[in-house]
Design a protein. Structure first.
Length: 415
């Protein structure tokens, strides 16, 4: 908590000098227990007690109403025995390591509904399948960027960013310097139809060209949401310079050729929850890699056991069914069932198979109107291994995880 006091010490004189105006604070405490067991491997089951403590400062600068700064500092600390990798390689992996980081340090200038930005931001675009902060982990993913977010009118939003560095969820990993250009446009063409088009040019990875249709309708305590999306990954246009990028293997202009498709129907009828989705990430072919999204909020997709953070070479199809109940002030209880298969057939011991496994995820989330800012989460995930291992992934072994966490956010008024 020491860093919170340091910020307050600097804030008081700056506020008195009117360098900072219309200032507000947001503080967060998020403790969590996580258990992870990758069965039949060479390491022991892992457990971690971690806490995120963060403070976010939002303020106008020098009295200019259009010049704004956002600064957030996150601290992640583990308690008790460090029985998890990467802190102890004898145990299974839980990606919450100790450290302190500025997750946002952003200047923005607003004119005519256009925001010019420079700095560090936990950036989320669309449903976070391609660009996201992966905020489930105690230290989220952040991007060093220069760009703009423009609302051309009430129905059209245009985003353009040059991303020159990425800090992923593992605090111990080095900053990844790279050349990336992100372009995204959102258009509302009817009351239930939104269209998103995007081009993501990721240096020394690939170019992604995509189009999605989404919408929703709601009434009282019910809603219906849908999404259809298709994308293609082609050859990389941008080349990360060896003098800038310090990561072996993420340089040059690799070739790529793979497709992506996603369909989602999400329904809430009074207290009942139901959703069905299908996601297809194309396989590697002719030395081209499988479809993959290195800057996404990866935990949000393909199961809470995090088996498929990387797309297998044989591709991935994920059929997901969600059933649950939302009791409003008593919390939300639901189950996600996944069936995973490859997009190409694989011959295994003279048997042709595409089965990559299945998974059951159970969630209880508590949040109500009477305890403002407080949330509680109890979740578990069990992955049942499939028929196929790949050179980089063991998919035939079971994985079991448990998450128990709380989250409290306090927001101040403006000063």
């Amino acid at each position: 908590m020491r860093f919170i006091y340091i910020i307050l010490i600097f804030f008081i004189p700056l506020q008195a000098l009117e360098i900072l105006t219309d200032t507000s604070f947001k503080t967060q405490i998020r403790p969590r227990y996580e258990y992870a067991n990758f069965y039949l491997n060479q390491t022991k089951a892992a457990s971690a007690y971690t806490t995120r403590a963060s403070i976010l400062l939002n303020t106008k600068l020098f009295g200019f109403k259009n010049l704004e700064a956002n600064l957030s500092l996150n601290s992640v600390a583990s308690f008790g025995d460090k029985n998890y990798s990467p802190l102890n390689p004898s145990y299974d992996t839980i990606n919450d390591t100790n450290g302190v980081r500025f997750s946002n340090a952003l200047l923005s200038y607003n004119f005519y509904e256009t925001y010019l930005k420079v700095g560090i931001e936990e950036l989320n675009i669309n449903n976070e399948r391609f660009i996201g902060s992966d905020d489930f982990r105690q230290m989220g993913q952040s991007f060093d960027l220069v760009g703009m977010d423009s609302h051309l009118n009430e129905d059209i939003e245009f985003q353009l960013y040059y991303i020159y560095a990425i800090q992923n969820v593992n605090v111990q990993d080095k900053i990844r310097y790279a050349y990336n250009i992100v372009t995204n446009i959102n258009m509302k063409v009817a009351s239930m139809i939104d269209i998103q088009g995007y081009i993501y040019m990721l240096g020394s990875y690939h170019n992604t060209y995509g189009l999605s249709f989404s919408g929703d309708i709601s009434e009282d305590n019910s809603y219906l949401k849908y999404r259809f999306e298709s994308a293609y990954q082609g050859d990389a246009t941008l080349n990360n310079s060896p003098n800038i990028v310090k990561i072996p293997g993420i340089q040059g202009k690799p070739t790529a050729s793979s497709f992506y498709f996603n369909a989602l129907l999400d329904v809430k009828l009074d207290n009942a929850l139901f959703s069905f989705s299908y996601e297809n990430l194309g396989a590697s072919k002719n030395s081209n890699p499988a479809f993959y999204t290195p800057f996404a909020s990866l935990h949000k997709f393909n199961g809470d056991a995090d088996v498929f953070l990387n797309t297998p070479d044989v591709g991935l199809q994920d059929i997901k069914l969600k059933l649950g109940v939302d009791t409003n002030n008593l919390g939300k209880l639901y189950m996600d069932a996944h069936y995973f298969s490859s997009t190409t057939e694989v011959t295994l011991n003279n048997t042709i198979s595409k089965y990559l496994g299945s998974e059951l995820d159970f969630h209880y989330k508590f949040k109500n109107d009477y305890i403002k800012g407080f949330e509680f989460d109890l979740s578990s995930a069990y992955f049942f291994g499939g028929d196929i291992d790949t050179p980089t992934q063991e998919l035939t072994k079971d994985v079991f995880k448990v998450f128990v966490g709380a989250n409290y956010i306090f927001e101040s008024e403006k000063y």
